[in-house]
Design a protein around this ligand. Structure first.
Ligand code: SAH
Length: 256
């Protein structure tokens, strides 16, 4: 409602860039015939600038009752009992400020009790894996398909002194198909589409029967479809939490 809406998007300036640009211009042209919208503008952002620019707006934040996320370069005073996570997300997702991450960090506070093993699928910056380790999980497996995320997550894990507990690897759901090991808790902050794709691939076997899997990154319109799919593989939805349009589902693998 009200004022103008500005939409910004980023794509790599590689050999496919001219084609991507052409498609955007074409789509905007057709949209422009239906709505009164201006022509798109294009500009090149240097990778270094991009990686540095957002730092100016990245401030320490408190999440939940005890978690305190601080940019690696910031000086802050924490309260006694705080769990401090030092982050430099670089080009990876997971500063801690996004609603989907905040929901997951709340779930970490509830479910990451000492002595359990946790799987973080789509670790991004490693923020959830680090939180899990600092909350007492004895073993954390952090996976991502993006090699940049794997590198950044490993750096953040070391920065936070939890490298003994957290293993960072390139991988995804198929990583679990090669092992008989199950986890006591799994967190997946992905998208509805990616979660739905994992459903036929033994998603529920990541955790033990009776253990919880937490799914985030789901927009409200897609929740029903995701719930139906999860229930079909014996992941019972125990509850959900929401910030804006973002929904997190808390599920438990049924005991046969
Ligand atoms: N866990 C972090 C980051 C979430 S962003 C947080 O909560 O803030 C989602 C991450 O999942 C991205 O880093 C992306 O590279 C990764 N990803 C995307 N598809 C994936 C897949 N199929 N398997 C594993 N990781 C995936």
């Amino acid at each position: 409602a009200g004022g103008p809406l500005r939409v910004a998007g980023y794509f790599s300036d590689d050999e496919r860039a001219p084609e991507t640009r052409r498609k955007i211009e074409e789509a905007m042209y057709y949209l422009g015939r239906l709505y009164d919208i201006p022509e798109p503008e294009f500009a090149i952002v240097k990778e270094e600038d991009w990686a540095e620019a957002w730092k100016r707006s990245y401030h320490p934040i408190r999440v939940g009752d005890r978690i305190f996320i601080k940019p690696a370069w910031a000086e802050v005073e924490a309260a006694p009992g705080d769990i401090i996570i030092e982050m430099d997300p670089g080009m990876a997702f997971g500063t801690g400020t996004h609603p989907t991450t905040q929901l997951c960090l709340r779930a970490c506070e509830w479910f990451c009790v000492p002595g359990i093993a946790m799987a973080d699928i789509g670790t991004g910056s490693g923020v959830l894996a680090i939180a899990a380790a600092k909350l007492g999980c004895y073993k954390v497996l952090a996976l991502d398909t993006d090699p940049v995320a794997v590198r950044v997550a490993q750096e953040n894990v070391e920065r936070n002194g939890v490298a003994e507990v957290v293993t960072v690897q390139r991988g995804s759901i198929e990583t679990f198909q090669r092992t008989a090991r199950h986890f006591d808790l799994a967190m997946l902050n992905l998208t509805a589409r990616i979660i739905l794709e994992m459903v036929p691939n033994g998603l529920q076997h990541v955790v033990w029967p009776g253990s919880k899997m937490v799914f985030s990154g789901i927009i409200q319109e897609q929740v029903d479809e995701v719930i139906t799919a999860l229930e079909s593989i014996d992941l019972e939805v125990l509850g959900q939490r929401q910030i804006d349009d973002w929904v997190m589902l808390i599920t438990q693998r049924r005991i046969p």
